[in-house]
Design a protein around this ligand. Structure first.
Ligand SMILES: Cc1cc2nc3c(=O)[nH]c(=O)nc-3n(C[C@H](O)[C@H](O)[C@H](O)COP(=O)(O)O)c2cc1C
Length: 187
């Protein structure tokens, strides 16, 4: 089987907390991001951008997200607040994927959003192809409006994924995959 197909067939996501060092180095990250930007993009609108959060410099961002979570969820327990911090603190590398949706009579909003989703998928596959593992997460920080200031989001931008990247700790859990007969039909 060609190597590319083998890679596509074997990609799977470990839990983010099971991602350990090493992370992609700078040149590997550049390669991953370049592949992420090579996705179908109707009208060449580039309806996405990437914000890299290396572990070494992520602290202040995680502090802000955690503080925002506490402020927005005054009834949350300390454990719930710390869970939010842990969600961002541990992964060797996180790439934030931001969709930028601009009015275009020929390119519906959903097509721009789907292109951003495709960029997320390419990030996962490129990381896997380079021997790393990755997980596409969203969660509270992706959707809460407080993240706008943290990530410098314009009014037409939204976070569509935090792609956690690193090296898988131990054996990868293989989740069951769909029964193709249930999801494929022919007319
Ligand atoms: C848009 C999107 C957002 C997701 N957000 C989360 C999340 O916040 N938490 C989570 O546990 N899994 C989330 N997932 C699921 C994981 O990314 C992952 O796909 C799944 O756990 C295992 O699938 P895989 O092994 O095929 O990658 C999300 C998936 C998608 C497509």
């Amino acid at each position: 089987m060609p190597e590319a197909l083998e890679l596509l067939k074997t990609r799977t996501s470990p839990k983010a907390q099971d991602l350990i060092e090493p992370a992609p180095n700078e040149s590997q990250l550049n390669e991953i991001l370049t592949i992420a930007a090579r996705v179908p993009d109707h009208g060449m609108m580039k309806p996405w951008r990437f914000v890299v959060l290396p572990k070494a410099t992520r602290g202040p961002i995680v502090d802000k997200i955690t503080a925002n979570f506490r402020a927005g969820n005054p009834n949350a327990s300390d454990a719930e607040v710390e869970k939010q911090r842990a969600r961002f603190g541990g992964s060797p590398l996180i790439v934030t994927v931001i969709a930028k949706i601009s009015p275009n009579p020929k390119v519906p909003d959903v097509e721009q959003l789907l292109s951003a989703g495709a960029a997320c998928m390419n990030l996962l596959n490129a990381a896997h192809a380079l021997g790393f593992a990755a997980n596409w997460l969203t969660g509270w920080a992706a959707f809460d409006k407080s993240s706008g200031a943290v990530f410098g989001l314009a009014a037409n931008e939204q976070i569509v994924g935090f792609i956690h990247i690193g090296t898988a700790k131990g054996e990868l859990f293989q989740r069951p995959r769909p029964d193709m007969a249930q999801i494929v039909s022919r007319l």
